[in-house]
Design a protein around this ligand. Structure first.
Ligand SMILES: O=C(O)CCC(=O)C(=O)O
Length: 288
């Protein structure tokens, strides 16, 4: 890799290990097999519980293509792509890594859909967009974020409990839908999504800068969470206010997944101060 390419790479600082008790799901989440199976009962379930799994959303071919698209970006097949975040620990050894080793030194990719048609195809899949449209109140959906968190075997770090809306400068009440797509089999052991069933109805939660910008651990300890294990090509739909997190990958298997976020096309952004009024801890006399 040239020095010029290396300069574009970003690094994630890493963080300490989480308490295992933060991720003790009491049940497996509810879902359907195919996107076409989503009807009024499933939409009602999503509104009430804040999530819905779709176990076979994409075909094996579509899923394999998307995975190959992601791997191609990781191994540097698009030198103009600068959305890679490596683990800080890998900083000094990146030029020495084989393509295979490089895959396990990555934390995150983002802003990639314009760099790979296979990844864009999933984000704009007509069957998926039709469902999102219904979930956001029959408005044309606009995909405003694409990212992928990678959990290498044994090393993949936690994404602490949080609400995605806490990261987005959209007015409260904007219908935001997250779509999390498994490219490998995602299990509790390798860090599948865990959700606080119905937790979106409690509204915005205060976030603190701890291991990440997150909900305080003490609030989540002992939470009755559900797990969303998925086979490759399965997906999870979840509300922007749904508290969710993923544990450390303690397994020998990779866990690669895509995450896309959608809002109505005509959404008007709010200021960061306005967002922090709801999700930030400043000025609220709270600690974590
Ligand atoms: O893929 C993961 O491990 C979690 C992703 C997530 O929740 C997020 O980035 O908001």
């Amino acid at each position: 890799m040239s020095t010029a390419t290396q300069e574009k790479i970003q690094f994630d600082p890493g963080s300490e290990m989480h308490a295992p008790e933060l991720y003790r799901p009491v049940a497996t989440g509810h879902g359907v097999e195919h996107l076409e199976d989503i009807g009024p009962a499933e939409i009602a379930f999503y509104r009430e519980h804040g999530y819905l799994m779709v176990r076979q959303a994409f075909t094996p071919g579509e899923t394999a293509d998307a995975l190959q698209g992601l791997v191609d970006l990781i191994v540097g097949k698009r030198p103009d792509f600068n959305g890679l975040h490596f683990e800080a620990k890998a900083k000094d050894i990146i030029p020495t890594l084989s393509p295979e080793q490089r895959q396990d030194a990555i934390r995150k990719l983002w802003h990639f859909v314009e760099f790979d048609a296979r990844l864009k195809a999933l984000s704009h899949h007509p069957k998926l967009l039709a469902v999102i449209r219904t979930l956001i109140g029959d408005k044309p959906p606009f995909m405003f974020q694409d990212m992928a968190l990678i959990k290498p075997p044994r090393l993949g770090r936690e994404k602490p409990w949080h609400q995605d809306h806490a990261y987005f400068d959209f007015p409260l009440g904007t219908p935001v839908v997250g779509v999390w797509i498994a490219l490998d089999e995602a299990t509790v052991a390798n860090g599948c999504m865990q959700l606080l069933d119905g937790g979106h109805r409690a509204g915005p939660q205060i976030h603190f800068q701890k291991r990440d910008w997150q909900i305080c651990d003490t609030q989540m300890l002992g939470a009755q969470s559900v797990a969303a294990p998925l086979k490759p090509g399965g997906l999870l739909l979840f509300d922007g206010l749904m508290p969710h997190g993923t544990p450390h990958n303690s397994s020998p298997n990779r866990r690669r997944a895509l995450q896309y976020h959608y809002a109505p096309e005509n959404v008007v952004k709010c200021s960061t101060d306005e967002r922090l009024k709801h999700f930030g801890s400043e000025g609220k006399n709270v600690t974590c």
